[in-house]
Design a protein around this ligand. Structure first.
Ligand code: COI
Length: 355
C-alpha cells in the first residue's frame, strides 16, 4: 500500500541500496515500458490545488470511461532522465525545466498543474522508490514519464472536473531500434504535424497520435522517422515526431526558432548553450528545406532520443548524405552533454539535481 511504499522509500533507507535490479539485460534495454516498483500519483479538483501525492505500487490505474483524457485528449506528457554515477549516487537532469513546461502546457489545455516544487518532489520520490531500476553507469538511464490528465468524467466538450498527475519510471537506453546508427529521415510532404496558433509547441498527448500515420508509412519504407515541414509554406523544416532538429554548416549551427509550432526541447536548449560554449555560431531561425539538404551535418535532440546523428535525408525522391561518426560536431556536443548528465564533466550551469 502507499503508506508502506512511502516509508520504504525515504532516501535514508535506500542510501545503502546501491545495487541494480537483478535479472535485467542492461545491455539491451531499448526504449520500452518496463514495470518497475512504484509510481507517484497526485490528484486535484477543478478549482483546487494539487493535494499531497503518494507513491503507489506500480500497476494499472482506475479511470472513468468518460475521463476527459480518454474522450477529448485532455492530457500532457513529459520526459526526464535520471543517471547513476560511478559512485552510486543518482543525478536527475533539469527536472525544473519540465515542471515549467508542464505548467505552460496545462494553461493551454485548461488544466491546473502541480507547482514546480511539487513536480520536482514527485519526480525525485519516484526515482528514489525505483532506485534499483536506474541502470548501471553508462548503460542507460531511468526515464521518468510525468503525465497530467483530465481524469474526471465529461460528455460535452469541456474541461474535466478532476485532474490526475502521475509519474512513471522505466529503465531505457537507445530510443531508435538501430541503437546509435545514424538516422535516415524522410521529409514528409503530405501530412502536417502542427499549425500556427495550434498546440505544436505544447507537449499534449494528441501531438503524438497525429504523427503515427506518416511515421509508420516511412518506417515501412525503411526510414527511421519523419521530418515535418511548416504547414503554411511547406518549405521550412520544423521537427521530427519525438525530437528537435539541427543543421551544421562550417562553424554555423542552426535550429528552427521556437515559433508556436515547435516544441521547446530541454535538450535543444542545452545543446545550443554547449555549442556556443564550444565556439560555434548558433542561430535560431527559419531553415528552408533546401538549406537542410545542403548542410554538412544534421542531428536531432530530445530527452528520449538524446543527440542522434542523421546519416541521410530524403526529400521528394532526392537522398542526401551527411557527415557522421567521431568527426561530427554532434559527437563533440553529445560527449559534453552526456559527460555532464553522468556526473563525469563539471556541471558549470547547475543542470543536475543530486538525489
Ligand atoms: C522525450 O524526449 O522525453 C519525449 O517526451 C518524446 C517522447 C514522445 C518519446
Amino acid at each position: 500500500n502507499s503508506v508502506a511504499a512511502a516509508q520504504a522509500v525515504s532516501s535514508q533507507s535506500l542510501a545503502s541500496d546501491a545495487e541494480c535490479a537483478a535479472d535485467v539485460d542492461w545491455e539491451n534495454l531499448g526504449f520500452n515500458p518496463r514495470p518497475t516498483d512504484y509510481m507517484y500519483i497526485m490528484k486535484c479538483a477543478k478549482e483546487g490545488n494539487f493535494e499531497e501525492g503518494q507513491l503507489n505500487p506500480y500497476g494499472n490505474i482506475e479511470l472513468s470511461p468518460y475521463a476527459g483524457v480518454l474522450n477529448y485528449g485532455q492530457g500532457l506528457l513529459e520526459g526526464i532522465k535520471a543517471y547513476r554515477k560511478e559512485d552510486g549516487r543518482l543525478l536527475l537532469f533539469r527536472p525544473d525545466q519540465n515542471a515549467i513546461r508542464m505548467k505552460m502546457g496545462a494553461e493551454r489545455m485548461c488544466m491546473p498543474s502541480p507547482s514546480v516544487d511539487q513536480f520536482v518532489h514527485a519526480v525525485k520520490q519516484t526515482v528514489l522508490a525505483n532506485k534499483r531500476w536506474v541502470p548501471p553507469p553508462g548503460k542507460g538511464s531511468l526515464y521518468l514519464r510525468p503525465l497530467l490528465m483530465g481524469s474526471g468524467p465529461v460528455l460535452g466538450v469541456a474541461p474535466a472536473q478532476e485532474f490526475t498527475f502521475i509519474v512513471l519510471a522505466s529503465p531505457v537506453s537507445n530510443y531508435f531500434k538501430d541503437g546509435y546508427a545514424p538516422l535516415n529521415l524522410y521529409v514528409e510532404d503530405e501530412f502536417d504535424r502542427a499549425s500556427p496558433r495550434g498546440t505544436g509547441s505544447v507537449k499534449t498527448i494528441s501531438n503524438y497520435a497525429t504523427v503515427m500515420k506518416a511515421q509508420s508509412r516511412a518506417k515501412n519504407r525503411g526510414f527511421s522517422d519523419v521530418l515535418y515541414l511548416d504547414s503554411q509554406n511547406k518549405r521550412y523544416i520544423e521537427e521530427v515526431a519525438a525530437c528537435n532538429i539541427f543543421i551544421v554548416k562550417g562553424n554555423m549551427i542552426a535550429t528552427p526558432a521556437i515559433n508556436g509550432t515547435i516544441l521547446a526541447g530541454v535538450t535543444r536548449r542545452c545543446i545550443i548553450e554547449i555549442a556556443q560554449d564550444h565556439g560555434y555560431h548558433v542561430e535560431e531561425r527559419s531553415i528552408p528545406v533546401d538549406e537542410l539538404m545542403d548542410a554538412d551535418e544534421v542531428f536531432c535532440t530530445g530527452t528520449a532520443v538524446g543527440v542522434a546523428s542523421v546519416g541521410s535525408i530524403t526529400y521528394r525522391n532526392k537522398r542526401v548524405e551527411f557527415r557522421t561518426g567521431a568527426q561530427a560536431v554532434c559527437a563533440e556536443l553529445n560527449t559534453t552533454l552526456v559527460g555532464i548528465q553522468r556526473g563525469i564533466l563539471e556541471d558549470k550551469n547547475g543542470w543536475n539535481v543530486d538525489i
